[in-house]
Design a protein around this ligand. Structure first.
Ligand code: 5BU
Length: 452
């Protein structure tokens, strides 16, 4: 077998430890995150791991091996195969039917059981497991652990008389990673601080200015939007979910001076007519210098989306500067949007949305490779080189009865580094929409300046 150090580096390549800023189950912020489950997917590594663990142990002492569910189950299995020590399986919860057994497999009362755990932190879950195993009549004296996070778990168990054998400790792996320059001095200092029980100071990331973002973005509509923001000292997009052309035009004229874009749902209008709706709306956009964003949320195959974009009664491609699109149809479905800024929907504001972290991760892969996408709609931070727009914004953050969830302008700009807030009912339902638009514009701009 290779050296323990080389073996660790092989394991590390599988992404078992990540460094950054993580919130643990306990709510505490940690500068690293450990997940050893990927090791089970590499048979050679799993086999070597089993042998490293076995090498540390007085094997004659054990009658059975048991892994703490779930991450240590494959490890315990591999150790059993390599050592011929029989395996028993511990359930997470006892069966509610049949035998109601907590331990499965062949064992007898008084057998010595070796417990296998992937990571030890405070030791709390191991103490519980030991108790359960001992209640079944087995004896536990030794516990073998792959990685010790060095947060008191080992000491806690040893104080109770158990022997804890650990393959790696976090300080040991941090030292290795520092030596091969995978970690900076600053990161190492933060990890040490954390291990010494101090609350870690993460540097608050600052929001990047519209001027700096202007240098990063490439899409012409992204540039125009940022230029308007700088010129008008505004990051406000007003959502005009309004039913008649007359009211829509009055609204656009009123709030026009204070916004960077007017977001429409053109299919809500009861009296749409290209000449009397779109022509005057375009004039107002020019007069007050704002963009028109049609919130169509395309969500079909590429061919259908292309037809929906250019044909039918709305002929969106003739007049919209920006259009929203879901990315659910995959990358090629977005290719047909030309001469428009595509605003991709990464995450929705509504309760129970399916846009969870996994969806967003996959969606982001599509978005980052799509040159016609100039912005994202989301409720979380995204990479700096994309523009982020966030709806579900209201100065009163109570939500509605149909699943909408609200945050204040300050919260989304501070927490997600949102570039543009999208406000609908907060403005158009107000008694004095213009006055309210000014209020939101100022709240958005103040929050932006504070976040810089
Ligand atoms: P409200 O009145 O501020 O709740 O309107 C929000 C607007 O933003 C409305 O037009 C929605 O269709 C739109 N929206 C949203 O609220 N949440 C989302 O996740 C997306 C769009 Br995407």
């Amino acid at each position: 077998m290779e050296s323990k150090r080389e073996f660790f580096l092989e394991c590390y390549k599988l992404g078992i430890i990540k460094f950054g800023r993580f919130t643990l189950k306990s709510g505490i912020e940690s500068p690293f995150y450990v997940d050893l489950r990927p090791l089970a997917s590499e048979p050679k590594i799993l086999k070597n791991l089993a042998n490293y663990l076995l090498d540390m142990l007085p094997l004659d002492n054990f009658d059975v091996i048991c892994g703490v569910p779930y991450a240590a189950l494959p490890m315990a299995t591999a150790m059993s195969l390599e050592s011929y020590i029989p395996l028993i399986i511990k359930r997470k919860e006892a069966k509610t039917y049949g035998t109601k057994k907590l331990l499965e497999g062949i064992y007898k009362k008084g057998d010595n059981c070796l417990l296998v755990e992937d990571v030890i932190t405070s030791g709390k879950s191991l103490v519980e497991t030991i108790e359960e195993v001992e209640n079944e009549g087995l004896k536990v004296a030794d516990i073998v652990v792959v990685l010790d996070r060095e947060q008191g778990g080992k000491e806690k168990l040893e104080a109770k008389g158990y022997k804890v054998h650990t393959l790696f400790t976090i300080s040991e792996v941090v030292k290795i990673l520092k030596e091969i320059e995978c970690l900076t001095d600053e990161e190492v200092a933060r990890i040490n601080d954390f291990l010494n029980g101090n609350q870690v100071q993460f540097q608050e990331k600052k929001k990047i200015s519209y001027e700096n973002k202007l240098e990063k973005v490439e899409h012409p509509m992204a540039k125009r939007l940022l230029e308007i923001a700088i010129e008008k000292n505004s990051n406000l997009i007003a959502s005009a979910d309004i039913l008649s052309t007359r009211e829509l035009l009055d609204f656009a004229d009123m709030v026009g001076p204070h916004i960077v874009a007017l977001k429409t749902h053109i299919d809500i209008l009861t009296d749409f007519d290209a000449d009397s709706t779109i022509l005057p709306l375009k004039d107002l956009a020019q007069k007050h210098n704002f963009l028109i964003m049609e919130d169509r949320k395309f969500a079909d195959i590429g061919n259908t989306q292309e037809l929906q974009f250019s044909y039918g009664m709305y002929k969106i491609s003739n007049w919209a500067d920006l259009v929203t699109a879901q990315v659910i149809g995959g990358s090629a479905s977005l290719d047909g949007f030309h001469n428009v800024g595509v605003v991709a929907i990464l995450g929705m504001s509504s309760k129970g949305t399916l846009t969870d972290a996994h969806y967003r991760e996959e969606a982001m892969k599509i978005i980052e490779n799509q040159s016609n996408v100039m912005a994202c709609v989301a409720q979380n931070e995204i990479p700096d080189d994309l523009i982020l727009m966030t709806p579900g914004v209201n100065l009163s953050d109570a939500g509605d009865s149909k699943g909408q969830q609200y945050n204040t302008p300050e919260k989304v700009i501070n927490n997600y580094h949102t570039d543009f807030i999208i406000v609908g009912r907060g403005i158009y339902k107000a008694e004095n929409p213009e006055q309210e638009a000014v209020k939101y514009k100022m709240a958005g701009w103040e929050a932006y300046k504070k976040a810089l």
